[in-house]
Design a protein around this ligand. Structure first.
Ligand code: AMP
Length: 320
């Protein structure tokens, strides 16, 4: 595995790979890699010949009061993780390399970025789409892998690629969970032990909602109320939002009929955590619920595919 730090270096390596007939897979990250990131690298390795992982803590997507300076970093360990996953190229640019000048051009995806995380983080998604557009432009034609952990981000980036005719196929991959159900996140590193335990209430509340849906509940308001009650009982956790949205366009829904996202964000100690599940319905009306996958199933490179946690969650990557 090679590490490059320049835009020109990444562009040349990807051009060279394609010229040699190789397909390129891109996994954008902010580093401090965990099994959620590893699952994206594995998905890229399964489908593509030349896998690029970018590690860049993008200042543009952090608000002024957010954790940019404190964001956890460990390039040495990240390099070992990427190498072990068979990554071809690590792209680790400096802020000055990505933004030699403050950008006057930004990318804004309307609608999809309002509400959910966009409500509390009004500049966040423009920062994400601007850096991802740059990464897509530098990498060139490729598949790009994003986790369904960040469901709104996946929807926004997918729409950006479509609207701008970017030569990139955006691929959504399952949300990866710790053994106790907590969604894996670099920000879990901020949690004190008691907060780490308390954080379980988020996935537990979503699992309870999933059970209610499987038992026939279709009313968005009562599902939200159930989650609010469950999370409200844990005094260490402050719910920021819980929303029930159409999976395709993220419009609010009153009743679950088509593909639906149940998403939440919460403050736990110093961390702001997000989690979600997605519900789809079979032709006979039976609910299929994607709860994500267990980290234990994110195995060594080339070994077995991930196993679903519960329900009939999709265990493989699907275009998102
Ligand atoms: P980040 O480093 O947090 O910006 O995340 C980089 C990529 O990894 C994004 O596409 C995230 O959605 C994805 N990701 C982060 N955590 C998880 C997780 N627990 N499961 C699946 N994908 C994840």
């Amino acid at each position: 595995m090679r590490t490059v730090t320049t835009v020109a270096g990444l562009r040349a390596a990807c051009d060279q790979a394609r010229a040699a007939g190789l397909s390129v897979g891109l996994v954008p990250t902010m580093g401090f890699l965990h099994d959620g990131h590893r699952s994206l690298m594995q998905a890229a390795r399964r489908a593509d010949d030349f896998v690029v992982v970018s590690i860049f803590v993008n200042p543009l997507q952090f608000g002024p009061q957010e954790d940019l300076a404190a964001y956890p970093r460990d390039l040495e360990r990240d390099t070992a993780v990427a190498a072990a996953e068979g990554v071809s190229l690590l792209f680790v640019p400096s802020v000055a390399e990505m933004y030699p000048e403050p950008p006057r051009t930004t990318v804004h995806v309307a609608g999809l970025t309002e509400g959910l995380c966009g409500a509390a983080r009004p500049t966040h998604f423009d920062g994400v789409t601007t850096v991802v557009a740059k990464l897509f432009s530098i990498t060139g034609p490729c598949r790009a892998y994003f986790g369904r952990k960040d469901a709104q981000q996946l929807a926004v980036v997918t729409r950006m690629a479509l609207d701008l005719d970017l030569p990139v196929e955006v691929v959504g991959c399952p949300l990866v969970r710790e053994a106790d159900g907590v969604a894996m996140s670099s920000r879990n590193a901020y949690l004190e032990p008691a907060d780490r335990v308390a954080a379980r209430v988020l996935s537990q509340a979503l699992q309870a909602a999933a059970a209610a849906i499987e038992a026939g509940e279709r009313d968005a308001r009562s599902l939200r109320a159930g989650i609010e009650r469950a999370v409200g009982a844990e005094h260490r956790v402050t719910l920021e939002y819980v929303e029930v949205r159409a999976a395709a366009d993220l419009e609010p829904v009153d009743e679950l009929r088509g593909p639906t996202l149940l998403a939440l964000a919460a403050r736990v100690g110093r961390a702001r955590l997000i989690d979600n599940i997605t519900v789809t319905f079979a032709a006979d009306g039976e609910a299929r619920i994607d709860l994500g996958i267990d980290a234990a199933s994110v195995v060594a490179p080339g070994v077995a595919s991930p196993k679903p946690l519960l329900s009939e969650s999709e265990s493989t990557c699907a275009a998102g």
